[in-house]
Design a protein around this ligand. Structure first.
Ligand SMILES: Nc1ncnc2c1ncn2[C@@H]1O[C@H](COP(=O)(O)OP(=O)(O)OP(=O)(O)O)[C@@H](O)[C@H]1O
Length: 314
């Protein structure tokens, strides 16, 4: 898959404050890329730089395989976006708002507005004035407007903010349909892990303006499976017994005295018995499950340690 977005060492300073620092990210064509990070992490600033709404103070951006220059504008027609609260002409209908947008973007397709409204399930209220719309309807209309010009890339900043559970569920289905049926690549931000992990193919974790990690959800899922943690004063012997006597391949030393066994076909009791029979002294043995929260928390903690040691070494 080719990259639809690629940034290299992208940075933004506001005076002496660093909003975004050396971000090198890759969004592949046809995927849903989730930006995950707390408020103020720098997600919106990165999105605005991709859209040319904020000027970077360092680094490079490539969109659709082409380097973005200060005066590049052609790519904007290939991107739909929803950044912050969408603004509409309140006394015009939903459909009129979309038609006006199509004209403004130079996209002439009489079906486009209705198709987009149908996809976000607003067909039926297309002739209502937008001032009568709820928050959830406005959010969906914002997305309809963003996709009504058939973009190849959709950039959505916190699109589920303020939606009720039903609205969030509908949004998730919509994102997948846009990817699968319309072939759109999506960059979506959220400060909620539970939201991003359910919809993203790849997650970019942003913290204090830095991209701490870019990881596929398949890798995340594989890392959050169950394992058995064995604490023993003789790790070498334990490793030998696991591999050579018990034929277990999937284990990892995680400390001076600990080993994690990922292959969990054996029960904890059977494993414990087999180790003792083979003269492995055991201080403790426990079945554990690393949750997604733990996985990302550890990632962020690791990222902070890296940054601290980098600064200390600088
Ligand atoms: N125009 C600006 N002038 C000065 N500082 C800014 C400006 N815009 C953003 N910042 C700062 O840059 C940092 C990153 O903000 P940004 O809005 O990108 O974060 P975010 O991850 O999108 O969070 P949120 O979800 O709250 O918008 C914050 O510390 C913010 O205060």
């Amino acid at each position: 898959m080719t990259d639809i977005i690629q940034t290299r060492l992208l940075s933004k300073q506001y005076g002496s404050a660093t909003a975004v620092s050396n971000v090198s990210m890759n969004v592949k064509q046809g995927e849903i890329y989730g930006f995950l990070g707390p408020n103020g992490a720098g997600k919106s600033t990165i999105m605005k730089m991709l859209l040319g709404l904020v000027k970077p103070t360092g680094g490079q951006i490539e969109l659709f395989g082409e380097r973005l220059l200060v005066d590049s504008i052609d790519h904007l027609k290939r991107i739909g976006h929803l950044i912050e609260t969408p603004v509409f002409y309140e006394r015009l209908t939903a459909e009129q708002n979309l038609e006006l947008h199509g004209e403004y973007m130079g996209y002439y397709n009489p079906q486009a507005a209705r198709e987009a409204l149908e996809l976000v399930e607003l067909l039926g209220v297309e002739n209502k004035q937008v001032r009568q719309f709820s928050l959830g309807m406005r959010q969906r209309l914002g997305i309809a407007r963003a996709i009504s010009t058939r973009p190849e890339l959709l950039i959505l900043d916190e699109p589920i903010n303020g939606l009720d559970p039903e609205g969030i569920h509908a949004m998730r289905i919509l994102f997948r349909r846009l990817r699968d049926e319309w072939g759109i690549s999506l960059l979506i931000s959220s400060h909620l892990l539970s939201e991003i992990e359910q919809v993203a193919d790849t997650i970019g974790v942003i913290h204090h303006g830095r991209l701490i990690r870019e990881v596929s959800m398949d890798t995340v899922r594989a890392s959050t499976t169950e394992y058995v943690e064995i604490v023993t004063p003789n790790v070498n012997h334990a490793a030998f017994v696991l591999a050579d006597k018990l034929g277990i391949q999937q284990f990892k030393r995680t400390g001076e005295q600990s080993i994690r066994v990922y292959e969990t076909k054996m029960t904890q009791e059977a494993l414990s018995k087999a180790l003792i029979m083979n003269d492995v002294p055991i201080s403790s043995i426990n079945r554990r499950h690393q949750t997604l929260e733990e996985y990302f928390f550890n990632m962020i903690k690791g990222g902070e340690t890296d940054a601290a040691s980098h600064q200390a070494g600088a």
